[in-house]
Design a protein around this ligand. Structure first.
Ligand SMILES: [Zn+2]
Length: 156
């Protein structure tokens, strides 16, 4: 029996999902893939300046798990910066990710993000759709710019 994966709460989905070194054609680049959890771990620790304990609580995971995710994230970013690789920020395992959504009336709730193809979940209180900025790009009104199915076609 495998242990059930704990729900990892991610309150932020980056608007930009691809970084590359300037002036190097895509075909010569290797890339590192940063999962949403890894991006969130860097955001909480480095940008929000939270203690590891707070970060772990924020993401609904244990402190050792947070530490492992953060270490992996830092390693990938360092590898990309120093070895001139592109960074792709992508979903990873959607089932692990809980989204924190906000409706226009200010209600907040968490949902499990199972797939970008799922219908957008409505506010459990007032049944309004969540505001766009709390949604991953795949669920926003401009769905054709979905980062998950279009990113492979992206050229520089
Ligand atoms: Zn609401």
């Amino acid at each position: 029996m495998s242990r059930p994966v704990k729900c990892r709460r991610v309150c932020f989905l980056p608007g930009v999902t691809y970084f590359k070194p300037a002036g190097i054609p895509m075909r010569f680049l290797s890339e590192v893939c940063l999962s949403l959890e890894e991006a969130e771990s860097i955001r909480l620790k480095e940008l929000e300046n939270l203690e590891q304990k707070q970060c772990a609580e924020h993401m609904n995971i244990s402190r050792p798990t947070f530490q492992r995710i953060l270490a992996s994230a830092r390693k990938k970013v360092a590898d990309a910066l120093l070895n001139g690789k592109a960074i792709r920020i992508a979903g990873g395992n959607y089932g692990d990710v809980a989204l924190h959504l906000i409706c226009p009336n200010g209600h907040e709730w968490d949902v499990h993000w199972t797939s970008p193809a799922d219908p957008v979940p409505l506010c459990p209180i007032c049944k309004m759709p969540p505001i766009d900025s709390s949604l991953p790009r795949c669920w926003r009104s401009d769905r054709q710019t979905c980062c998950h199915d279009k990113i492979d076609n992206r050229k520089t």
